[in-house]
Write a protein that binds this ligand. Structure first.
Ligand code: IMP
Ligand code: MG
Length: 189
């Protein structure tokens, strides 16, 4: 069996993730001095939005939205957990873990418009442009990547690995078959 460090390669460590939240938080603060509603998409964005929101003292509200899972865009997307806040005439920033095909973000941009938001922008921790099917504008980007599949800091593979403290790229099938062992080896204190 390969060593875990051969199977998982960290692309964003704890310090880099902190720096991204700080940088994007400063940009959002500058762009919305009168306040903003962060709409975070569950579940992938939970770690990112938790860090981001702490960079926005006093100027931000937060809400969550969940969509039904879809596979390769073949199934119709629907809202399974809706917003609690009324976003009519509010400035909204959608917070995402990663923009891949762009299908999710373009759906959310349209949805926020239908809900009457005054303005809508997107903030994504990761941007994988080479997979894009729909053109979407992301105003705040943490890091552009080209890797196949990433895990950790909210991002999952079949609901696992969200609790890794850094973002890693998985190499090989054994990673996804034995996450507990990999986690233990890489991150146990
Ligand atoms: P999109 O609609 O194709 O842009 O995909 C967006 C969603 O797919 C993200 O919000 C993620 O939850 C998920 N996703 C896409 N790529 C990855 C990945 O590499 N790891 C984990 N989740 C991913
Ligand atoms: Mg997922």
């Amino acid at each position: 069996m390969n060593r875990p460090e051969d199977r998982l390669r960290s692309i964003l460590d704890v310090g880099e993730l902190q720096a991204i939240a700080r940088r994007l938080g400063a940009e959002i603060r500058r762009d919305y001095p009168e306040g903003v509603v962060l709409v975070a998409l569950l579940k992938g964005s939970v770690c990112f939005v938790a860090d981001l929101v702490r960079e926005l003292p006093g100027v931000c509200e937060i809400d969550f939205l969940a969509l039904s899972a879809y596979r390769d865009g073949l199934t119709r997307v629907r809202v399974v957990k809706d917003l609690d806040l009324d976003i009519t005439d509010r400035d909204v920033v959608i917070v995402l873990d990663i923009v891949d095909t762009g299908l999710t973000l373009s759906y959310l941009l349209r949805l926020m418009g239908l809900r009457g938001a005054r303005s809508v922008a997107a903030c994504a921790l990761l941007d994988r442009q080479n997979r894009r099917l729909l053109p979407v504008e992301i105003r705040y980007v943490g890091r552009a990547i080209s890797d196949e599949h990433v895990l950790g800091y909210g991002l999952d593979h079949e609901e696992r690995y969200r609790n890794l403290p850094s973002v890693v790229v998985a190499n090989g099938k054994d990673v996804v078959s034995d996450p507990a062992a990999v986690f233990e080896e890489l991150f146990s204190l």
